[in-house]
Design a protein around this ligand. Structure first.
Ligand code: PBG
Length: 331
C-alpha cells in the first residue's frame, strides 16, 4: 500500500538546516544601495520625523557615511541634495557649487573607487514649484525644455565625479538626452540608471519631508498610473533602447508584478527602490508594537529580490548589510 500523501513538500521544511539549504533566494550586502540626504547649511544631522532612523546630513558628514558604506560592503550610495534656496528652473542642480554636486564631489573623493557614488538626477529638489521639470507658460511641465536642463545636470554630476546617474524625472527622452550630452563631453563611462517604471505614488510621502518638497498638486502627467503594468514594462524597454545601462522599478513592494515582468524581458540589470513610505510603514508599525520589525524588513527585501531585483535601494542598507555580513538570514 502506498503511503498517502505521496507528495510531501513539507519534507524540505522540516529543519532549519534543510530550509537553509534549499532557500532559492538570498541577499548580499553588495546588492544594497543607501539613499543619503545631504542638506545645505546645517552643521549636524537633522532627523526626519516621518522616517525614524533617517536623517538629513551636513556636507561634511559625507566622507564618514562613505566609510560606513565601504565597511558594510554595500554596492553604493545614492545622493540627494536639499538646497537652501530654489528657483523656477532649478539652477542649483546645474551649478557646480550646488549642494548635490558638492556632495558628489565629496563622496567621490572619499570613496576613491571603493564603492559607487550615485546621484539623483531630477529637478524637484531644486525648483521652487517642486516639479521634476521646468514649466511652460501654461504651468504644465515642459518635457523638451526639461531635457536640456537634465543634460546640463548630467554633465555637472559627471564632472563632480558621479559613477552612476539616477534619472528619476520621468521625462520622455531623458536617457537619450543625457547619454548624448555625456558622450559628447567625453563622459562615455558614466553609467545611466533609469528610473524607468516610476509610479505616481503615495509612498513617496515621507521622502517629500526629507527633501522639504514644495510641490503642490501631483506628478501624474509624468509618473506612471498605478493601474498600468504593461506601460511600466514599455517604459523600461524604451529606456534600454535609449541606452540605459540599468533600469529600475519604483516603488518596489506594491509593484512586484512590474518588477518581475521587467526582469523577465530586460537585457540590462534591473533594480528596485524600496521607497520612503515602504520604510516608514514598517518602522511605524514596529514602533506601535504590531509587527516584528527585523523580520518584516527581511521579508520585504526578500520579496523584492525574489521578484527579480538584482540590487535594491533601501534606507535599511547599512543595517541589513550588517545582518548579512554576520551570517543572519532574512527569512
Ligand atoms: C525625485 C525622487 C523622488 C524619490 C526619489 N527620487 C520623489 C518623487 O518622485 O516625488 C522618492 C524616493 C522615496 O520616496 O524614498 N527626485
Amino acid at each position: 500500500m502506498t503511503a498517502f500523501p505521496v507528495r510531501r513538500p513539507r519534507r524540505l521544511r522540516r529543519s532549519a538546516a534543510l530550509r537553509h539549504l534549499v532557500a532559492e533566494h538570498d541577499l548580499t550586502a553588495r546588492r544594497l544601495i543607501l539613499p543619503v540626504f545631504v542638506k545645505e547649511g546645517i552643521d549636524a544631522a537633522q532627523p526626519i520625523a516621518s522616517m525614524p532612523g533617517v536623517a538629513q546630513h551636513p556636507l561634511d558628514a559625507v566622507a564618514d557615511i562613505v566609510e560606513q558604506a565601504v565597511a558594510a560592503g554595500i554596492g553604493g550610495i545614492m545622493l540627494f541634495g536639499v538646497p537652501a534656496t530654489r528657483d523656477a528652473v532649478g539652477s542649483g542642480a546645474t551649478d557646480p557649487d550646488g549642494i548635490l554636486n558638492r556632495a558628489i564631489a565629496a563622496a567621490a573623493h572619499a570613496a576613491a573607487g571603493r564603492i559607487t557614488v550615485q546621484a539623483d538626477l531630477c529637478l524637484d529638489e531644486f525648483t521652487d514649484h517642486g516639479h521634476c521639470g521646468v514649466l511652460a507658460a501654461d504651468g504644465s511641465v515642459d518635457n523638451d525644455a526639461t531635457l536640456e536642463v537634465y543634460a546640463r545636470m548630467a554633465l555637472a554630476q559627471a564632472d563632480a565625479g558621479a559613477d552612476i546617474l539616477g534619472l528619476s524625472g520621468m521625462m520622455d527622452g531623458q536617457v537619450a538626452a543625457c547619454r548624448r550630452a555625456l558622450d559628447a563631453a567625453g563622459h562615455r563611462d558614466v553609467v545611466i540608471l533609469a528610473y524607468s517604471a516610476k509610479y505616481a505614488s503615495a509612498f513617496y510621502g515621507p521622502f517629500r519631508d526629507a527633501v522639504e518638497s514644495t510641490l503642490t498638486g501631483d506628478r501624474r502627467t509624468y509618473q506612471l498610473d498605478a493601474a498600468n503594468g504593461r506601460e511600466g514594462v514599455q517604459e523600461a524597454l524604451v529606456d534600454i533602447d535609449e541606452g540605459a545601462d540599468i533600469v529600475m522599478v519604483k516603488p518596489a513592494g506594491p509593484y512586484l508584478d512590474v518588477l518581475a515582468e521587467v526582469a523577465a524581458v530586460s537585457a540590462v540589470p534591473v533594480w528596485a527602490y524600496q521607497v520612503s513610505g515602504e520604510y516608514a510603514m514598517i518602522e511605524h508599525a514596529a514602533a506601535a508594537g504590531v509587527i516584528d520589525r527585523d523580520r518584516a524588513i527581511g521579508e520585504s527585501l526578500l520579496g523584492i529580490r525574489r521578484a527579480g531585483a538584482e540590487a535594491i535601494l533601501t534606507y535599511w542598507a547599512l543595517e541589513v548589510a550588517g545582518w548579512l555580513n554576520a551570517g543572519r538570514s532574512l527569512a
